[in-house]
Design a protein around this ligand. Structure first.
Ligand code: CTP
Length: 446
């Protein structure tokens, strides 16, 4: 059933003698039984007529035929039928012409499932077989895919995104056209690529989308560094899958939070670069967590992720390697410090998904032991960082120690002591310890 506000808008335009239809994502979602949040309406009334018909309007994209109507505190985008020129910014065509024909408007759209209309009486108007494609769960371009992708290359990524989000397949002609035109994605802004990639990543089965990006060669242009992971044999008894297949399993196994999905995507990206084999032929990847964190950061910067997101994901990748189960409290505290208390749950989620992607599930215990140790340390409010020390730079100054890099050195040593012996975190004990360090140093220097 159409929402009463939409009905009001469609009826109002109709009563003024014009055609008006709900179109695009709203009809697609309606037919799929999904929630609808954005409502796009298409009409043969010109923008200035829409402004006359409705009391509250905003000329959002008037030049391109779009007026936003505010009704009952909701906004609705109403766009005049148009045929488009090229989309160089990808959001809006460089030139358009208004049309009086609904078919003209519909045939400029990307996929058959996005070109279905619904009128006031909830009749479906479908010139391109979109309903059938939705029934068969297929993403198919309208008309000639080469032409659609040349108008706006982002549509190739949208195709993969819709396919992944909705659990659809790609029509073969559409898929082949993506392979042929994949290089065109180079002309699309990083922000638009990022937004589609995000939607792929937070869908139910992101691996489907990532595989399709590889198969269609889009990945070669979006994240070329990723290609090295495909088919990279790990030569390791803990891994029955290559780096790419392992990563896909981690990706699907982790909760659909963007930071976690990004961390999963990049956590092993530098494994191929770090690969060595020992005399028994067993594969090792020393330092891959460090290199993957650096490379993941570089890629996310290129794709214009926010600084906060980049730092969050970088830390998750950097510390994803699980240490020994009998890690001492001091090591656990350093781990908490490095990861950050607020990020610990996400860190453990990545660890667990990582283990699930291996040949044996050995290692869950390590995560649970570490989680418990962290919990106890945090609950006991044990000192963790320099800001928790009961001594600071002013105290060192008061002791007559000359300012300089020695302050960092002394406070680092004080922290080291307190991480091991929390009871020593008193001004007296720490002053005594610092003075002993100074005296030792003097002794060594003389
Ligand atoms: N459209 C298009 N080509 C694009 C972007 C959009 O043809 N590159 C058309 C499609 O008909 C689409 C409609 O414009 O349905 C609205 O676009 P948009 O709001 O971006 O997408 P939705 O289909 O609504 O889906 P979503 O909100 O999930 O992006």
């Amino acid at each position: 059933m159409l929402d009463k506000n939409i009905k009001y808008i469609l009826k109002n335009i109709k009563n003024h003698g014009y055609e008006a239809y709900l179109v695009g994502g709203a009809v697609r979602s309606f037919l799929l039984g999904l929630d609808v949040s954005d409502f796009d309406i298409t009409t043969n009334a010109l923008p200035q007529i829409i402004e006359k018909i409705f009391k509250k309007t905003i000329p959002t994209g008037k030049k391109f035929g779009t007026i936003t109507v505010i009704h009952e505190n909701n906004s609705y985008e109403i766009t005049t039928f148009r045929s488009d020129g090229h989309y160089s910014d990808g959001r809006r065509p460089d030139n358009i012409s208004f049309s009086d024909e609904l078919t003209e408007d519909l045939k400029r759209r990307d996929f058959t499932m996005n070109a279905i209309c619904m009128d006031y009486d909830e009749n479906i108007i479908d010139y391109f077989g979109g309903t059938e494609d939705i029934k068969n769960r297929v993403v198919r371009c309208i008309g000639d895919p080469d032409q659609r992708f040349n108008e706006d290359a982002l549509r190739m990524l949208r195709a993969v995104r819709f396919m992944t989000q909705l659990g659809f397949s790609l029509d073969e002609k559409t898929r082949l056209s993506i392979v042929k035109n994949s290089f065109l994605i180079k002309h699309i802004s990083a922000e638009r690529i990022r937004d589609e990639l995000n939607k792929i990543l937070i869908s139910d089965k992101p691996s489907e989308g990532i595989r399709t990006l590889i198969d269609t060669e889009l990945m070669k242009y979006i994240i070329p560094e990723y290609m090295n992971t495909v088919g990279f044999d790990q030569h390791n008894p803990y891994h029955d899958k290559d780096v790419f297949e392992h990563t896909m399993e981690v990706l699907d196994n982790i909760e659909p939070k963007l930071n976690l999905r990004l961390a999963a995507l990049f956590h092993d990206i530098s494994k191929p670069e770090c690969f060595t084999q020992d005399e028994n032929g067993r594969g090792h990847f020393f330092g891959h967590h460090i290199k993957s964190a650096v490379l993941g950061k570089e890629i996310m910067e290129r794709l214009k992720y926010s600084c906060d997101m980049i730092e969050d994901v970088r830390i998750l990748i950097r510390y994803h390697l699980l240490k020994e189960i009998d890690m001492k409290d001091k090591g656990v505290k350093k781990f908490i410090n490095n990861v950050g208390i607020e990020r610990l749950d996400d860190m453990f989620s990545l660890n667990i998904a990582d283990i699930k992607g291996k040949s044996s599930n050995a290692g869950f215990e390590k995560v649970e032991v570490l989680r418990e140790k962290c919990r106890a340390i945090i609950e006991n409010k044990e000192p963790l960082s320099k800001k928790d020390l009961n001594i600071n730079g002013y105290d060192l100054e008061a002791l007559g120690i000359e300012k300089g890099s020695i302050y960092t050195e002394l406070l680092d040593k004080a922290l080291d002591l307190v991480l091991e012996y929390p009871g020593k975190n008193t001004k007296e004990e720490l002053t005594e310890y610092i003075l002993s360090l100074i005296n030792n140093k003097k002794g060594l220097d003389s």
